[in-house]
Design a binder for this molecule. Structure first.
Ligand SMILES: Nc1nc2c(ncn2[C@@H]2O[C@H](COP(=O)(O)OP(=O)(O)OP(=O)(O)O)[C@@H](O)[C@H]2O)c(=O)[nH]1
Length: 317
């Protein structure tokens, strides 16, 4: 029996982790292995995935579609050898991943293709922000290789915008099944164990996937800056800074998120944003075992890490 694999992809901030949480909550599977790959040397996502019985494995030393592909192969081989009970694998790629090399991993490598079978490639679409990123190669690829697309964040757009977006997506991929959602509100039964992955469709778009000659290029203009500090922060100053920064930089600020260690509270403060849309909230309590430190990642174009670090110093309590 092969283990079904869900590849969950989609651009930065489109709602992959939100969808993942839903799948983990609703799935009947007891033994899912979750593989998360983040852009930037950070593990913030592992804080944002609701704690479950599933094992969360992070691959953060690079992008899953390039330099850590071998790590993925080794990981899948180990899961197969060590844990015979695993009955599902979900891979959440980075928002900047081209899913093709990830798909290829399951086709080319015999030790992998014997043990695993792709169930579906699900692409999350940020209903509000995707239009400004449709020219990015990674986004085109995420849309083209999907067998299932979820237009998420429909609470932030109107009927006409949704209709136009559906039309645009249809022109980019005519075979994928399309769902609409708020916070990933598509039932797990529509997304799992349906084996909608369509190899013929994939090979039509990229015949070179079959012979390992598929090449893709990353958009090197998009960079990440990770900030970490142990001293507690002053929340009022952080709000001032972020408000200012998002107002002036929002257009080229694709994604930012953080877990903050704030003075006068024992809770983690979590904030997240995509361009100008951002929100903060109280997270779980810091546990005694944890090293209290703030960790923030900014992803976008033209980011200046020195000035961001100076801002962070200004925010110390
Ligand atoms: N308004 C609205 N916000 C949403 C919806 N789905 C997710 N969000 C928010 O959008 C932000 C990004 O969601 P994530 O699930 O972290 O997105 P992601 O694709 O994992 O993001 P990356 O970490 O960049 O890969 C978070 O602040 C979510 O709460 C939605 O349907 N509507």
């Amino acid at each position: 029996m092969t283990v079904p694999v869900t590849i969950l992809t989609g651009f930065l901030g489109s709602g992959k982790t939100t969808m993942l949480n839903r799948l983990l909550e609703e799935s009947v599977s007891e033994n899912t292995a979750v593989i998360i790959n983040e852009f930037g040397d950070t593990s913030i996502d592992s804080h944002l995935v609701i704690p479950t019985k599933e094992e969360i494995i992070e691959i953060n030393s690079g992008c899953i579609c390039c330099n850590v592909r071998q790590d993925l192969i080794t990981l899948l081989q180990n899961i197969n050898i060590e844990n015979k009970n695993i009955d599902r694998v979900i891979i959440e790629t980075t928002g900047l991943a081209d899913p093709a090399p990830v798909i290829q991993t399951f086709l080319m490598k015999e030790s992998i293709s014997h043990a695993y079978e792709i169930d579906s490639v699900i692409t999350m679409i940020d209903g509000k922000h995707i239009v400004r990123h449709l020219y990015e190669d990674e986004v085109k690829s995420q849309i083209a290789f999907a067998d299932t697309m979820i237009i998420n964040k429909i609470d932030l757009i109107d009927e006409a915008e949704l209709l136009a977006l559906k039309h645009t997506l249809f022109n980019m991929n005519r075979t994928a099944e399309v769902f609409t959602a708020e916070y990933g509100s598509v039932h797990v039964n529509h997304l799992m164990n349906r084996y909608t992955f369509n190899l013929n469709h994939v090979l039509e778009i990229a015949p070179d996937l079959a012979d390992n000659s598929y090449h893709h290029h990353h958009n090197n203009e998009i960079i990440s800056v990770v900030l970490k500090v142990k001293e507690p922060l002053d929340m009022e100053k952080v709000n001032q800074w972020l408000g200012y920064f998002v107002t002036f930089k929002g257009e080229s600020l694709y994604r930012y998120k953080g877990i903050l260690n704030v003075a006068d509270t024992n809770r983690k403060i979590v904030f997240q944003g995509v361009h100008m849309t951002f929100a903060g909230m109280d997270g779980p309590l810091w546990t005694e075992k944890e090293d209290r430190q703030s960790e923030i990642v900014f992803i976008g174009k033209g980011l200046d890490s020195e000035s961001l670090n100076q801002w962070l110093q200004y925010c110390l309590a």
